[in-house]
Design a protein around this ligand. Sequence first.
Ligand SMILES: [Fe+2]
Length: 240
Amino acid sequence: MSLFDSIFGRKAIVDFNGFVDWHSHILPGVDDGVGSLDDSLTILARYEEMGIREVWLTPHVMEDMPNRTADLRSGFSRLSEAYNGPIVLRLAAENMVDVLFAGRLAAGDVLPIGPRGDMLLVETSCFNPPMKLESTLEDIRSAGYFPLIAHPERYVYVESPDGYRRWKELGCRFQLNLLSLTGFYGQQAQKSAEFMLGRGMYDCVGTDIHGRSQLDRLRSIRLSAGMMDHLESLFLNKLY
Ligand SMILES: [Fe+2]
């Protein structure tokens, strides 16, 4: 962003050059994300134009979409073979905190995320916390992983900053959903995202892209100078 833009409060477009997308539903045909291999390859081609360098594929694993680890690995192999571009593709999962996850965690049947493979990406309902959230987070730590909370800004049941601090005390790391900064998920999510981004509470960023229709939205994200500065320091990827 130029000095001129900063002084006059103009908003600038986010620059994705070198970006690591920590959250995507690009693995085709396994969840509510991209449906076909063609669409996956189209998104990756657009990601190349944007300068994105690495993408974590994080398909849902939940009772309603009980993707098996072996099937996700096979799908990942097929996509990796079909894609010949420069973007580094990596496989993990977005795990709903539910009974299925508890069983998978106990059996060691999980797909970790992060350069050291020491985190598990987890989500909950946006409206209600699961019954045993804290004990599940402790179980994740006992199994040797850090819980990486997907889009914490979208959980309306977290009513004050103390709720987020409690998660941090339990060893959680936070992942920003980029579109939350645009109001795509409502005003409260946007406000919470700005609050946490401004206080350096996030550890990484994901697009949570579910299809081609979100590409233009991502490419046109405009932020104020203050938010852009915070985002750019987060893009430097504290976790890499
Ligand atoms: Fe997601």
